[in-house]
Design a protein around this ligand. Structure first.
Ligand code: ATP
Ligand code: MG
Length: 457
């Protein structure tokens, strides 16, 4: 197996580390995600190297011959190579002794048998090791076969020692289109999310959103393990009925899975954009559990867009305090039906400008609306005229990817001879409102309005 990092400089460095290790009588092996990704034919950006047969000082010295290096933590035997995304570690056993992901007793042992070193890894597909100098493969848990068969399987009973592994499983299922082994679902179902740091949880959800392909399957893994209950806002979607004509796919949970798959299929590859739009897709119907009722012979969810804002903030807020993300996502959730509604109502530029003012980014809203629309199999993809219309309107009004900017500014009022004071904000607000309505299109229009308002006082 001939594994290479995509950056040739990093690749050469990794190989020279392996050579320096060999010169001292040890062996270096590439392990973890790099091996898995190589087998999947994916680009390899970062690398974990495990060195066997050398003590920590020798490893430090060997790596130090070719790169600047620093020890991570105190005694876990992990070295970070400076200037390259390469970590070098020693084989170790980990034993759960306390709460949380730091509650492990770690024992570094250069002579640990490979199966024992691999047993602390979460999944078989992440527990394959390759010697880059001899190409020898060490695969004690059958990770290659599982990867070929697209199966997610835990390596050992130690799996239950770190609850984060369940969420890692969710995003691996989604990223690589894996089917979880029944035994893995069963083990995961017995794990409580005790002591999980919110930022680690957020990291896994972010990977699900940014990198998942079969995101619906990842969410199903969560449900199969009962772990969806640890995100109550999402769990509430299970079993919420929808009108079968509008939603032939089934309940809101099922719909959300399909919407995520549709989102993934149309991802931009821009991490920041994808994160906001992906979370908005995930949260778009969180208001349905509270609003769904049998009305006039159909299941309807009046006002579910606005009702979705509090659960959206609760879900995102439970993982991260990035206010910007919660705000951006909540805006999209609150207006996610607007493209259709404005189109049906044959709305004016004024309504489009006001929508742009609220959601800030109509391009993001359009991506959410598209995913929502496409997340309804087996409904045919027969175009989306509402989105086409809104895209054209947004472009014509220059609000496709930003909110309208006020034309009249404070300095214009000062130029008019007005002194800054409490009335400033009132006048500027009035100008901006008139601008959104299309009545003010230039500074002169705005100042004319200001003069009229001042005359009225
Ligand atoms: P990614 O592409 O998301 O980085 P990865 O498999 O490389 O996937 P990392 O978090 O970079 O994941 O970890 C590298 C390797 O370390 C994993 O492949 C796995 O063998 C091991 N590992 C990481 N975190 C855990 C964990 N919480 N439990 C068990 N093994 C883990
Ligand atoms: Mg990795």
């Amino acid at each position: 197996m001939d594994i290479h990092l995509s950056d040739p400089r990093h690749d050469r460095l990794a190989r020279s580390i392996a050579e320096r290790v060999a010169e001292r009588g040890g062996r270096a092996r590439y392990v973890g995600g790099a091996v898995r990704d190589h087998l999947l034919g994916l680009r390899i950006e970062d690398l974990d190297i495990e060195v066997i047969g050398l003590g920590p000082d020798d490893v430090h010295a060997a790596v130090g011959e070719v790169a600047k290096v620093s020890l991570v933590g105190s005694s876990f035997g992990v070295f970070k190579v400076h200037g390259a995304p390469i970590d070098v570690s020693l084989p170790r056993t980990e034993r759960k002794v306390g709460r949380g992901h730091r509650g492990f007793e770690v024992e570094v042992d250069p002579h640990l048998p490979p199966e024992r070193a691999a047993a602390r890894r979460d999944f078989t597909i992440n527990a394959i090791a390759v010697d880059p100098l001899t190409d020898e493969v060490v695969d004690p848990f059958g990770g290659r076969a599982d990867l070929d068969a697209r199966v997610l399987r835990h390596t050992s009973d130690q799996f239950r020692e770190d609850p984060l592994r369940v969420l890692r499983g969710m995003q691996f299922v989604a990223r690589f289109g894996l089917a979880p082994a029944p035994a893995t679902v069963a083990v995961a179902a017995g794990i409580e999310p005790e002591g999980l740091a919110p930022e680690r949880v957020f990291e896994e959800w972010s990977k699900l959103v940014r990198r998942g392909v079969a995101i619906g399957a990842g969410l199903e893994f969560l449900r199969a393990t009962g772990w969806h209950h640890h995100t109550p806002e999402l769990a509430a979607l299970v079993g919420v009925p929808q009108d079968p004509e509008w939603h032939p796919e089934g309940d809101v949970w099922t719909h959300t899975g399909h919407v995520m798959d549709a989102f993934a299929a149309a991802r931009l590859g821009d991490d920041e954009e994808d994160l906001v739009v992906g979370f908005a897709c995930l949260c778009h119907d969180l208001g349905k559990p509270a609003t769904t009722a049998w009305i006039d012979g159909r299941w309807r969810s009046p006002g579910h867009e606005a009702a979705g804002v509090p659960p959206t903030r609760a879900f995102i807020g439970s993982m991260t305090n990035q206010r910007g993300l919660a705000d951006d996502v909540a805006r999209l959730v609150a207006d996610h039906l607007k493209p259709d509604q404005l189109y049906q109502a044959d709305s004016t530029p004024r309504a489009v400008r006001r929508l742009a003012q609220r959601v800030v980014r109509l391009d993001r809203l359009l991506r959410v609306a598209h995913a929502d629309r496409n997340g309804r199999p087996p409904a045919p993809d027969d175009g989306f005229p509402a989105a086409d219309w809104l895209r054209e309107q947004a472009a014509a009004l220059d609000v496709a990817d930003r909110a309208p900017e006020p034309i009249v500014r404070g300095r214009d009022l000062i130029d008019l001879g007005l002194a800054p004071g409490p009335q400033f904000k009132r006048l500027l607000d009035a100008c901006f409102e008139a601008q959104l309505d299309g009545d003010v299109t230039s500074v002169d229009d705005g100042l004319a309005l200001v003069r009229r308002l001042l005359d009225d006082i």
